[in-house]
Structure formats: C-alpha cells, structure tokens
Write a protein that binds this ligand. Structure first.
Ligand code: FAD
Length: 503
C-alpha cells in the first residue's frame, strides 16, 4: 500500500488558534511518521484574538494530545462550561430564558419525560415542558457546580470550557514546538502556483521561499491561499444569518463567584455573550450592520453592562459569515476562519476546526490526494457546516422578541433549508421529532435533545390560553421524581470555585 505520509512536508500558514490546533493534531498523530511540519505566521498581522467559548470537542482535543486540565486551564484563565443560557429570546410567559445543555449519559433517564411532555404540550395539553428542570447540566450551572462528578458517580458528563483565546494560541504554540513543529515568522506576499495549478511555494516579504507538499491555509478571514490564490468560491449565509459585526468589552469577574455557563442575551439588533473567565468576564455584542451602526451597538452594549462612561476601550470586529465550497482543494486544506465562520451563538468555530482536521487526516491516510477522497471529505465538512447553520438559524427564526425591526426580520424571512423546514413542520404538526432527525441523518450534528430544548425553550407551543388539562398527566410523567433525580445527581458535584482551585 502506498504511504501518503512518507516524507510529507506540510506548511501551516497562520498562527491563530486554528493553525496551532492543526499543527498539534497532525504532529501528534503522525509523530512516528516521516512528516515535517512548519508553521509560518505574521506577528505584524496578528490573530483575531476572540473566541472564548467551546463545545465538548475541545476536551476531546486536549485528551487526544494527552494534556491534562491542570496543565493548560490555569495558564489560559479557563473555566468550565455546562452549556449556554439564552435570555430574552422569547417573550412567551415562562420562557424568558432556557438552558441548552451539553449532553450526558445521565440525560437518558430524564429525556423520555421531557420528550413526552413536549409532545403533549404540542398536542394542546397544559403540562410543564420547559427544558431546564429535566437536565442535570442546567442544574449544575444554576448551582455553580463544575461538571466533574465524584469518583463514585458512574456516568460520563460532557462539558466544554471558556478560555482566553490569545493565551491558548501561545500555549498551543509551545506544545507544538515540543512535538517537533518548526515555527517561522514572516509575512507572505505571494502564493506561487505550479504549472498544474497546485500550490508550489509561499514567498515572504523578506524573500524566503517555503516549498511544501501540503499547505494548510489558516490565515483567518483573509483566506490567502484557498480563496485568494486558488479562487475557491465563498458561499455567504447572509440571507438567513444577518449578523456581520461584533463589539467586545471586558468587565471584571462577577463578585459572587465564577459562573460555569455562557449566557447569550438578546439585545435590540443581535445578542451579547457573557463568558466568565477566571480574571475577567468577556462580553461581546454580535449584531447586524444593516440594522445598527457600530457606534449605536457600542452604546447599547455599554448600557447593557452599566459601562456607559467607563474608560474601557471597546473593540470592533467585522465577521464574514458563510463557508467555502471546498475546504480541501488541490494540495491546500483550509482550517479555521479561512474555511468559513458561522456566527458564535453556539461557539462552534473550534469544533468545526477539529472536525475538519480529524476528517482530513482520516481521508489523507486512506487515499492521499485522490480526488474521490477529497470530494467525500468536502461533502462531509459542508454537511457539518450547513447542519450547524440550520440549528443557529432556527434560534433566530423562532425568536419571539418582535419589538425591533431586526427581530421581526429574523422571525419572518423564508430562507430556510429543506432540512430546517422539515424539522419545523414536524414540530408544529405534532409529529415525532426524533424520527425526523433520524430520517434526515443529522443527529450527529445536533441531537434530538438539542432541537427539543431550542423549540421548547422558546415556548413554541400552542397559545397558553387554549391549553387544556391532561387528566392523565400525573400518571404519565412524575415530575416530582424528575426533580428529585436531577437534584440528587447534582449532589455528586463540587463547586466550580473548588474545582478551579485544583486545576
Ligand atoms: C466575534 C467573534 C466571536 C467568536 N467567538 C467564538 C467562540 O465563542 N468560540 C469559538 O470556537 N470560536 C469563536 N470565534 C471564532 C474564533 O475566533 C476562530 O475560529 C479562532 O480564533 C481561529 O481563528 P483563525 O486561527 O482561523 O484565524 P486568526 O486568529 O485570524 O489567525 C490568522 C493567522 O494567519 C496569519 N496570517 C494572515 N495572513 C498572513 C500572511 N500574509 N502571512 C503570514 N501570516 C498571515 C496571521 O498572522 C494569524 O497568525 C469567534 C470569532 C469572532 C469574529
């Protein structure tokens, strides 16, 4: 069998989180192989330096690299994340906020009760169907408990992190160097193409020429190699994801202890994240410039944070939301913002980076630069991007804020994928959403529990005034037993503060 890795020279262009993640994963997995990896980055250009929330995929990343939490978390100001609380996205009474939990094995015990109550409520019965009381992660976040169970608790609990994006990049750089990755600094002024159209070399402003067999484009929104040099097309998601800018402003850590969840609160023309780190809280207003100027957004963020006159500088960023048509083209793989970005509502960017690099390594080991392998890989990553997009679009489409033009436009547009249309039709006609997600084969992107939490969390049920009593409600779901189960499970977890002191 041909060894595609033998004497493979890889140049990763870009030293943001994406570039360093790719370099680490490749250097780790191919450490026994004859693979040479160089990272080239430009300190003059710098990194985007935002992106402080993760999914559980980040834990899988550190586990793969065998880096214990105690080694990276304190350095990166990191905290635990049980999930995301969405506040103010719905004006339905009783649904002013809800929690999107990360899934855990223990949820299988309470999920059937939640699904049943959702189904009854969709059918017009007055039963409790708010997601929060059914899931352990929401309880852990509410009580500020870290998602680290006591040794005798026999269930795996999944979780993510919050972290300082700048420090994480520097940490990953040091780790990559230990794995034998070469680190160069310099600004690329030209991408040289070979006669057959492949990328031949990168030429820096000071005249160095870097040749390689494989180029990883991690140049952020610039997408210098994949989009600019190879001309791969970009598909904007602007017709159903309106946000294209963000303004950020840090605040001191909460005086009553560090929370262990992200909060996403709806404002007039977007939403603001609240990400608790050890030494500060990261805040960022993600908004649409079609509905709000950067100055107005900054003012609204400052007012929201009680910092109208505070002498703290805000940072303004533009976002390019969408994805490329092909993430791997010829001998170039795009990783990170260069391959696309779906706005940060579910903190999925690094998740997609890791899925891209893992999927690429599998495909490359199997068939090198074989076009059929590339086509299958690109289809798989596009499917993942589009699946994440649909879930995020659904948040906006289901909002019940309705008091600004921005939220009305989000609730009323008709640019939905067939997949999302089928999910919404299924929900509103009272059919089984689990079956629909299974039929579409998209449960690996967001499982039925996540979809139920979103739709139930925004109170997408028949008009409360028209609900009728379910005479068998008590016999069907024993809610006292659910509450008791969740609160007794939570007894197996210690405080977030105590957990951080050991990590
Ligand atoms: C507002 C906002 C909020 C976000 N929130 C989240 C979140 O909560 N969770 C999450 O997972 N992600 C989030 N993200 C995304 C996250 O920030 C990125 O996915 C992540 O930082 C990786 O970025 P990157 O490495 O692709 O690009 P960058 O950090 O921009 O790095 C690009 C690199 O390329 C180099 N480079 C560019 N051009 C050249 C050149 N000509 N020569 C040499 N080097 C060059 C630069 O020097 C730099 O090193 C957010 C993004 C934005 C904009």
């Amino acid at each position: 069998m041909h060894d595609h890795l033998n004497r493979l020279r890889i140049v990763v262009l870009g030293g943001g989180t994406a570039g360093w993640m790719a370099a680490n994963l490749m250097a780790h997995r191919w450490r026994e192989r004859n693979v040479e990896i160089t990272v080239l980055e430009s300190p003059e250009i710098g990194i985007v330096g935002v992106g402080e929330g993760s999914t559980p995929q980040l834990k899988a990343f550190f586990d793969t690299l065998e880096i214990p939490e105690a080694q990276w978390m304190p350095v990166c100001g990191a905290t635990y994340k049980n999930g995301i609380r969405f506040c103010g996205w719905s004006r339905q009474p009783g649904f002013d906020s809800y929690f999107h939990p990360f899934l855990s094995a223990i949820d299988q015990h309470t999920e059937p009760a939640f699904f049943l109550n959702c189904s009854l409520r969709r059918g017009g019965f007055d039963v409790p169907a708010h997601p929060d009381r059914f899931f352990l992660a929401a309880e852990l976040a509410r009580k500020r408990l870290a998602p680290l169970p006591a040794h005798h608790f026999p269930f795996f609990v999944s979780y993510g992190y919050h972290f300082d994006a700048r420090v994480l990049g520097a940490f990953l750089c040091r780790h990559a160097l230990q794995l034998g990755v070469r680190h160069l600094q310099g600004k690329v002024r030209q991408v040289r193409l070979a006669g057959n159209g492949d990328v031949a070399a990168l030429e820096t402003e000071d005249g160095r020429v870097l040749e390689a067999d494989l180029f990883v484009d991690s140049t952020g929104f610039r997408a210098l190699i994949l989009q600019q040099a190879l001309g791969v097309a970009f598909r904007a998601f602007a017709d159903n994801l309106f946000n294209d800018a963000a303004v950020t402003l840090p605040t001191p850590p909460a005086p009553d202890g560090v929370r262990c969840n992200t909060t996403a609160t709806a404002l007039d023309c977007g939403w603001v994240w609240d990400i608790p780190l050890r030494d500060r809280t990261g805040n960022g207003y993600v908004y649409s410039t079609a509905f709000c100027s950067p100055d107005a957004a900054e003012r609204e963020l400052r007012a929201h944070l009680g910092m109208l006159d505070a002498p703290v500088q805000a940072r303004h960023l533009k976002m390019r939301v969408g994805r490329v048509e092909r993430h791997w083209c010829r001998n170039c793989l795009a990783v990170g913002l260069s391959q696309g970005f779906i706005e940060p509502l579910e903190a999925t960017a690094l998740h997609l980076v890791l899925a891209t690099v893992d999927g690429f390594m599998d495909a490359f080991e199997a068939s090198g630069f074989d076009p059929a392998g590339q086509t299958a890989f690109n289809a798989a990553i596009n499917r993942r991007f589009d699946g994440v997009r649909d879930y995020i679009v659904c948040h906006y489409r289901m909002n019940r804020c309705r008091d600004t033009e921005y939220w009305r436009a989000n609730a009323e547009h008709h640019h939905l994928s067939d997949s999302l249309k089928a999910i919404l039709t299924c929900w509103f006609t009272g059919r089984d959403l689990r079956q629909e997600i299974e039929r579409q084969g998209i449960g690996d992107i967001y499982p039925p529990l996540s979809w139920h939490c979103l739709l139930a969390g925004y109170g997408q049920f028949p008009d409360p005034a028209k609900l009728r009593r379910d005479p068998q409600a008590d016999a069907r779901v024993n809610l006292a037993a659910v509450d008791d189960f969740v609160s007794r499970c939570a007894l197996n977890f210690s405080s977030h503060g105590a957990a951080l002191a050991t990590r």
